[in-house]
Design a binder for this molecule. Structure first.
Ligand code: SF4
Ligand code: SF4
Length: 197
């Protein structure tokens, strides 16, 4: 099998997909700051929404690991996407976009793994060949994207490690079980803190 990934430049990954699925382009707080600056410089309406967060019941704070890009209402697309030229922030693209169609799949509250996003059009067309790839073949097929996915994974891992370290030092406390009602109350009432490394 000599399959190699290439981007078809269809722009699907920069837009909402029809159906029940909600598009998630995760960005770290430092990436969000950079994109906010770029948006200001170019007068682009850019908004972010909290994405991966943990409630710290010791300090009554919401710790933010990632935000996600709010898609624009009219086109349901990333505000940095241009129909003619595609992504307009190529050099400052978030790690999630650099690694795509490789993505981080959440296994449980604290663990993630590198996986292939099934919504990419290249992946859809080659699904049968891609669905059972082992790690070595994954690295070959996604030769340029895999190192970026690895960086994405490592950054996530360091942030999760930081949370666990703060927990071990008893500086924060993250509940292992929490009801949706409680979590919603915390989200409404508590201050936010970006977690960065
Ligand atoms: S930053 Fe660029 S690649 Fe990422 S979603 Fe926006 S337009 Fe697409
Ligand atoms: S959906 Fe896949 S093929 Fe289409 S632009 Fe995104 S990465 Fe490229």
């Amino acid at each position: 099998m000599s399959l190699k990934y290439y981007c078809r430049m269809c722009g699907t990954c920069c837009h909402e997909v029809p159906g029940d699925y909600v598009k998630r382009i995760p960005i770290y707080p430092d990436e969000a700051d950079r994109l906010i600056e770029i948006a200001k410089e170019h007068n682009i309406k850019f908004q972010i929404i909290e994405d991966l967060v943990f409630p710290d019941i010791k300090n009554e704070k919401i710790l933010i690991i990632t935000y996600r890009i709010r898609l624009d209402n009219k086109n349901q697309g990333c505000p940095f996407y241009n129909k003619q030229s595609g992504c307009t922030v190529h050099d400052s693209k978030p790690l999630a976009c650099q690694a795509y169609p490789l993505a981080l799949k959440r296994i449980d509250a604290f663990n993630f793994e590198i996986s292939i996003d099934p919504l990419c059009n290249f992946v859809i067309s080659n699904y049968d060949e891609l669905k059972d790839l082992d790690i070595e073949r994954l690295k070959e097929v996604f030769k340029d994207e895999y190192p970026k996915a690895e960086r994405f994974y490592q950054k996530n891992k360091k942030l999760i490690f930081k949370i666990r370290k703060l927990e071990a030092l008893k500086k924060i406390e993250i509940p292992r079980q929490i009801s949706l009602e409680e979590f919603n109350v915390y989200l409404q009432q508590w201050e936010r803190e970006d977690l960065s490394i």
